[in-house]
Design a binder for this molecule. Sequence first.
Ligand code: MRU
Length: 372
Amino acid sequence: MNREDTINLSKGKIFMTEFNSKIKTIEWVDNYSKMVDQTLVPYEFKYVNITTGDEMFDAIKTMIVRGAPAIGVAGAHGVVLYAQELAKENLSRDEFVSKLLEKSDYMASARPTAVNLMWAVKKQKEIIENSTSDIAGIVEELKQNGIKLEKEDVEINKKIGDYGAEVVPEGATILTHCNAGALATVGYGTALGVVRSAFAKDPTIQVFADETRPRQQGARITTLELTMDGIPTTLITDGMCSYFMKKGMIDMVVVGADRIAANGDTANKIGTYTVAIAAKYHNVPFYIAAPLSTIDRSIKSGDEIVIEERSREEVTHINGKIICAPEVNVINPGFDVTPHELITGIITEKGILRPDYNKSIAEAFEKERVLL
Ligand code: MRU
């Protein structure tokens, strides 16, 4: 598609001119964090500069930045922002450390389900606790670590993509749910990383993208990313997946993850579980694509994963317009947990993990590479 193209809709225009999948979703610049405002996609493509820790907390909570790996990096940047602020307060080193640890815990609580946020903040806390530097030195170490996590994310996603491409059948139609793409990470994506690597080898593959209600990340973000890369994409609504599976039109499912328990149970965007059940029934392979930082070995099963409850307005409204009886009851869990029995494989940067997941996940943390 021509980068200057705009797509006319009945209501307004979608501006696609600035987006390409090589952009960085989030990036540390000098002394602030610069990120794409994902609440505006696909209507506007705009960067926002996040200059304080509290602004970062809000950016994560309100989903200006979203997607498990992206909010991990955002959390790490948020700790640097708090460190910069506290460094100006004339505190003793001990006071600085104790206040920064408190602020770090607060940052980690911005959203409860994606473990990458807690994981990245924990990495920063290890620096705060173990550093022997003075206050300025700690701030610098945290900054360098934030930048390192940013860089590693893209490298990891490319590895996930390349391993995943090996299990994509020739000419496959791949179903995905939500957005596990460049915008859910620093770049390239996890599930969409698999699609990108597979497409580079075999341009006859195509994607079916679930709309992903209530926030429509599949429609708003995934279709934008894929069409800008020239990857044939068909948008469907969430309830349609079994219809197309029955017709034999879906060859595999690849989705991202927000938290994976030690036994392989996987939390991802609400609706993923339904797709996995439909895939099992129709004998369609169902893969998770995620970095090892999404695996939470401290929990035995998905029953222990905290599911984020989001606002009623996300369900009752679309684009600011109410779509239901105003007083109706609403429940809005942001994620569900797909039981490990429904998962064909977990594609990681160390290879593809297969059942028994308790065993293969443990191995992945011990070995450089696991069998495909
Ligand atoms: O609520 P979101 O948009 O942050 O949820 C995102 C998802 O569920 C993604 O599938 C998951 O984070 C994986 S992103 C590589």
